[in-house]
Design a protein around this ligand. Structure first.
Ligand code: PLP
Length: 432
């Protein structure tokens, strides 16, 4: 495939590095769903960065709130001061959570939220005298973060294998990808089928050794907006309860309103024991995330000597002021409803592309957490040949055209290439 040149502006060799040597143009400014590079080229942020900029860029209300907070204080170390923005954001966050999820622990990102959830779970088990519980079951594929604890429960070999000797191996069960297994996701038997894999794994491991099960209610980058089959979320909750296993929802990507409900799990009314959120919570205005837990989990830990965990930047007042403003924009502008409405329109347009393009194997997701998957054959769902590198080609072609989309190649087993189409929740029909 002939990829149009997409060269970054000529710049001297950088001292900065991320994952690769790839260079990107310098960002000049960003407003709502658009971003401009320093040469004036405009991009439609069709993936909200990495599903982060949920309320669009440079929202004046958030900027004003951050400016106002900056004039008062930008840091107060948690062991010396509590701050008004962190108190108010904790209260507001708890009010958005399911009944009983009332304790909020701030962090600076998704990996930190997940690490915090794992460590709270372990300390809870110790506090109630269940020292033998330490295994955390997760799904394959899945992505829960890049730090070694979060990586140990990530089901994605290309990212985890190099670090395997440095991590505790944790059990994995298959993600419920009914569309690949030829099962009907609307049939409750399908949800029961995949949930039974969790119960079998808990029993195989020995329930007394299993600490928690972690699941993204609606999948993010690893599964490409996978919506669980009918009955799955409820069945998983019941299984965890039955075996005394804590249920952790990783809402880092699907939380924050983009799926058409504030939390991904709100679509099924399932209440976990611990929730991790980030991305859309700070919406790109500040590094922000949170772990939210039931008081019955936090209480024994705090009473039993304290939570042995905390980040220096946790509860930063500037980040919390940004988070508060983000939540009030979401509320005032009815963005959760807009995500549902515009998401349904965008999904129907993507589905319409399946007719002329037989290599689109699946379109899935909820609200504005949407993805399509490319396959070699829609009947067998066989993936594109590895050599095709479709995930790079398509992302680069779109980028050259001024459209940002997000892709992940999932190379474990029989997997294809999927592309996330997740514009900010402020998107309109014209942007679709
Ligand atoms: N959990 C999920 C579901 C994610 O999608 C991500 C990031 O993509 C993370 C955790 C890690 O978040 P962060 O990159 O902010 O550390």
């Amino acid at each position: 495939m002939n990829i149009p040149p997409n060269l970054p502006n000529a710049r001297p060799e950088s001292h900065l590095f991320y994952q690769t040597r790839q260079r990107r143009p310098l960002l000049a400014e960003a407003r709502d769903v658009y971003m401009w590079n320093v040469e004036g080229k405009r991009y439609l942020d069709g993936s909200s960065g990495a599903m982060v900029s949920n309320i669009g860029h440079s929202h004046p209300h958030v900027l004003a709130a951050m400016r106002a907070q900056m004039e008062k204080s930008t840091f107060g170390y948690r062991l010396h001061f509590e701050t008004d923005p962190s108190e108010r954001l904790a209260a507001k966050t708890a009010a958005l959570m399911p009944e009983g999820m009332e304790k909020v622990f701030f962090v600076s990102g998704g990996s930190e939220a997940v690490e915090s959830a794992l460590k709270l779970a372990r300390q809870y088990a110790l506090a109630i005298g269940q020292d033998s519980r330490w295994k955390v079951i997760s799904r394959r594929p899945s992505y829960h973060g890049c730090t070694l604890g979060a990586l140990a429960i990530t089901g994605y070999a290309p990212l985890t294998d190099p670090f395997a000797p440095m991590m505790q191996a944790m059990p994995k069960i298959p993600a419920p990808r009914a569309y690949l297994d030829g099962l009907d996701p609307e049939d409750p038997a399908t949800g029961a089928h995949y949930a039974a894999m969790l119960e079998a794994e808990i029993i195989a491991q020995g329930p007394e050794t299993v600490l928690a099960f972690i699941v993204e209610p609606i999948g993010g980058a690893s599964t490409g907006a996978l919506v669980p089959p009918e009955g799955y979320m409820q069945a998983v909750r019941d299984i965890c309860t039955r075996h005394g296993v804590l249920l952790i929802h990783d809402e880092v990507m699907c939380g924050g309103g983009r799926t058409g409900r504030f939390l991904g799990a709100d679509h099924w009314g399932v209440v976990p024991d611990i929730i991790a959120i980030s991305k859309g919570f700070g919406a790109g205005y500040a590094p922000l995330g949170a772990m939210v837990a039931q008081d019955r989990i936090v209480g024994p830990v705090l009473d039993g000597g304290g939570f042995l965990h905390g980040y220096t930047y946790a509860g930063n007042p500037l980040a919390c002021a940004a988070g508060l403003a983000v939540l009030s924009v979401i509320e005032a502008e009815g963005l959760v409803g807009n995500a549902a409405r515009i998401g349904a329109l965008l999904k129907s347009r993507l589905e319409a592309l399946m007719e002329p393009f037989p290599f689109i194997g699946d379109v899935r997701g909820k609200g504005l957490l949407l993805a399509f998957e490319l396959v070699a054959d829609r009947q067998t769902m066989a993936p594109l040949p590895a050599a095709m590198n479709a995930y790079v080609d398509l992302v680069e072609l779109a980028y050259a055209e001024g459209l940002i989309i997000y892709s992940r190649r999932t190379r474990d087993g029989r997997e294809g290439d999927h592309f996330l189409i997740c514009p900010p929740m402020t998107a309109t029909e014209a942007h679709v």
